[in-house]
Design a protein around this ligand. Structure first.
Ligand code: NAP
Length: 315
């Protein structure tokens, strides 16, 4: 069954379910991409900083070579890392992702975070005390350089990730090419009700990352809330003969958000796509909405001294 899509202002169709690729161990993600494409995924979420775009590219190449898909059949997202925000570095960053992924355009490219880090080859630049080093670059300058890449045909659509409502508005205010997508963390423990409404009012498609609460994030602590283990979800999953993961993904799809669960396990990859043959009731949607804590798994608290760290604002 084909995964439903939403149409972006450019006319591009973005499937509402994609494969996340963050945190794969070496060698894992090529097979995951192949399994996902065979299962019917036509949307892959990547980023330069994940350090595995060449492995994702190997999976894509295998499926192009086998004739399973053509380039135009698959929606590929990547993201510019915080060290490449300087306008002179933007096209080079895009080209690094294109080379890694083995494609000549990206369907969507996002500013990964609003904060700019020190320019250079070090992805996580820190001073002698271990403190991250920032660079004074307005993200609106980065945006203008991305618009030039759209004009050159390297990027089909551009958008924002981890921006708050004020930062999104600042980009909209200067944009010739409007942001088409906002990608932020979203699951029932962080339902992002206000930001979702804001994005929808501004015409941005909303992508929910870490839809399962990112249990494999490197900084997870045993005492952190875990949505996958919430006992209130199990009876709902059992009612439909589905897993808790499938209920979480379905909840995201039913809120008109795009959902990008990560898995490197073929059976889970297939399971996560199998969410289009049941629907949560309005009552269940409201109950799950009520789980909001709010709890953020990807907080990047270690850079909260930076003025552009997005979580200073309520939404
Ligand atoms: N823009 C951003 O700043 C940003 C930040 C975070 C994430 N993202 C994107 O969003 C994607 C998803 O978020 P995420 O990776 O943080 O976490 P997630 O998708 O919420 O959770 C991934 C974890 O859940 C497990 N899992 C997947 N399907 C499962 C199932 N059906 N049953 C049980 N466990 C299951 C995975 O295990 P296995 O892999 O071992 O199967 C993995 O440990 C990322 O990979 C990335 O592409 C973007």
């Amino acid at each position: 069954m084909a995964v439903p899509s939403v149409q972006l202002p450019s006319g591009a169709k973005m499937p509402v379910l994609g494969l996340g690729t963050w945190k794969s161990k070496p060698g894992e993600v090529t097979e995951a991409v192949k399994a996902a494409i065979d299962a019917g995924y036509r949307h892959i979420d990547c980023a330069f900083v994940y350090g595995n775009e060449n492995e994702v590219g190997a999976g894509l190449k295998a499926k192009f070579d086998e004739g399973v898909i053509k380039r135009e059949d698959i929606f590929i997202t990547s993201k510019i890392w915080n060290t490449f925000h300087h306008p002179d570095d933007v096209e080079g960053a895009v080209r690094k992702s294109l080379t890694g992924l083995g494609v000549d355009y990206l369907d969507l490219y996002l500013i990964h975070w609003p904060m700019a880090y020190k320019r250079g080859p070090e992805m996580f630049p820190k001073d002698a005390d271990g403190k991250f080093i920032r660079e004074e670059i307005p993200f609106t300058d980065t945006w203008k350089a991305l618009e030039a890449c759209v004009e050159d045909g390297l990027l089909k659509n551009i958008g924002l990730s981890n921006f708050n409502s004020k930062q999104i508005q600042a980009v909209i205010d200067i944009a010739k090419v409007k942001p088409s997508v906002l990608q932020v963390e979203c699951h029932p423990y962080l339902n992002q009700k206000q930001l979702l409404q804001f994005a929808q009012e501004k015409g941005l498609v909303f992508t929910a990352y870490s839809p399962l609460g990112s249990p494999d994030r490197p900084w997870a602590k045993p005492e952190d809330p875990s949505i996958m283990e919430d006992p209130k979800l199990k009876p709902i999953a059992d009612k439909y003969g589905k897993s808790v993961a499938q209920v979480l993904i379905r909840w995201g799809v039913q809120r008109d958000t795009i959902v990008i669960p990560k898995s490197v396990t073929p059976a889970r990859i297939r399971q996560n796509l199998d969410v289009f043959d049941f629907a949560l009731t309005d009552e269940e949607m409201v109950v799950i909405d009520g789980f909001n804590i709010p709890y953020r798994a990807c907080h990047l608290d270690w850079v909260n001294f930076m003025p552009d760290w997005p979580f200073h604002e309520p939404f």
